[in-house]
Ligand binder design. Sequence first.
Ligand code: FAD
Length: 571
Amino acid sequence: MSYRLSNDHIHKDLQGRSSYDADVIIAGSGPVGMAYARTILEKSPSATVLMIEIGSQDDPVVGEHHKNSIKFQKDIDAFVNVIKGALQSVSVPPADTYIPTLVGDSWTPPVNKDGSSSLIFQGSNPNQIREKNLKASAMTRTVGGMATHWTCACPTPHPEEIVNNPIPKAERDELYVQARKLLNVHNDQYDKNAKGDDISIRHNVVKKTLLDNLPQERNVQSLPLGVERRRDNPAYVTWTGANTVLGDQAKLLGTKRFTLKTETRVTRLVPDEIDPKKINGMLLRNLKNDKDELVTARAYVITCGAIGTPQILANSNLAGSIPALGRHLCEQSIAFCQIVMKNEIIDYIKKNPDWQARIKAHHDKHPKDPLPIPFADPEPQVMVPYTSKFPWHTQIHRDAFSYGDVGPRADARVVVDLRFFGRQEVLEKNRVYFAGDSSLKGEWVAGSTDIYGMPQATFEVERSQKDKINDQRMMKDMCEVASLLGAYLPGSNPQFMDPGLALHITGTTRIGKDPNSSVADPSSCVHAFKNLWVGGNGCIPDSMGANPTLTSVMIALKGAGAILDFLKTES
Ligand SMILES: Cc1cc2nc3c(=O)[nH]c(=O)nc-3n(C[C@H](O)[C@H](O)[C@H](O)COP(=O)(O)OP(=O)(O)OC[C@H]3O[C@@H](n4cnc5c(N)ncnc54)[C@H](O)[C@@H]3O)c2cc1C
């Protein structure tokens, strides 16, 4: 029996009895969900918001960035394991299950008629074609979403990266200003303090080396980040999390105006039986007791990430009526390497008169340390932005990711990471689809739910010849930039990372004017519905090298404005 059918049963069992009624229900508690919540709570004096999150609340502060712990500020490599633990794969083909050393009387998967042998274990996806997978693509299920671990890079896209966005430029520029405020974006937290002293030796030396050696047109600059130095101790910083975006509206949490339900799955939307343009309810499952519940609102917003959002729409049986759902998918390629800084650069640090007092204080305390870099010196955070001639985004910095820890291989102070993000051409055929949606003609196959019981996501994504040529040029550029700074750290030689690792999927619920090639209108309201909105990176209709969150928050701010107007007209 299909999942969708059983949902219908659930809905009928509940006999339309709503356990909660709000003005707005927001699915997902990441930075985009919080941008909606904040705007609606702040600008409407009475609106009530119910937020539903499938993950648990892992930090005492709702949605806080885990890297704000002093533990990780002292030891960035330890954070690599936090990220690894936070990422749950989207689509995993069944493993090769033949274990030649499994002998004796143990169970082995039977051989299929065609001679193959495969075991579908829970969460694996038998429909996934390996060559078309975004193998490293993952979701993070926790209060605060991926913003509990993100790098916080918030560059503004180059005009060539915003060609399909239907929001007029002047309006966009204004919304970007607001989005930067919500994400607390700064690009000076590693440069100079109020007294004019350099904050970070490493940052300033990396930036200077690139400024001195790359042509001016490369526009080397500090990486804009959602970050602010702590006032009580400037050695540490506060990274932007979903809590930063929510701001002081957090005070309403737990009051009648703002309720957050955690470990609760949004299963699907229930359209109105008479008015096909209206969503009438949302079906939830409490994951702790496995009980279903129906909640109702005047407006619904789905901000569950670029996979989770179309997944809910597909499970609501809407894939057939939204032809662009999951399509036009773009993901960035990542070229990566780590270098150990050149002797020449270390000598320059040693001799720079501006840093002498700091170096002396460090050596007085640690006379045996051969490096002229204090242990607490902040990491470099530099970017070489996208340009027409070099159409990729670069981060020349030091950060935890799910890879690239330095471990005992080198002194972390002399290691610099280079991450170059390449675009993918916007093509309708690149897509994610969901088991049970119209493209599978409603067929129900074993193993076609993910571990949360939602329809399994399957990728069909390929890089075009244009993408491949661009990737090749990007890799060459990365190697040239790396050679200005030092030699490759063994084990971190130049390499392309697994597809999907950027975690920057866009396009799956893209905004636009045409219902055939987009899912939602310029205000993120789903075409053909009057009270359903979508948010997140999936709404971005363009191919970008830049990190997407700033743009997604910018788009969400317009959507939240549209909901406020909707609430007024409907009341
Ligand atoms: C290692 C790493 C580094 C990154 N670095 C950057 C960077 O430097 N710059 C940048 O712009 N971006 C970066 N990102 C990506 C960035 O974190 C995301 O773009 C951003 O968090 C997206 O916000 P969102 O609110 O749309 O989605 P998310 O943050 O993914 O939040 C979605 C929420 O929805 C919940 N959810 C999903 N399905 C359901 C359901 N069925 N029911 C209820 N809830 C559900 C999830 O649990 C999650 O909490 C990085 C991510 C990672 C992991």
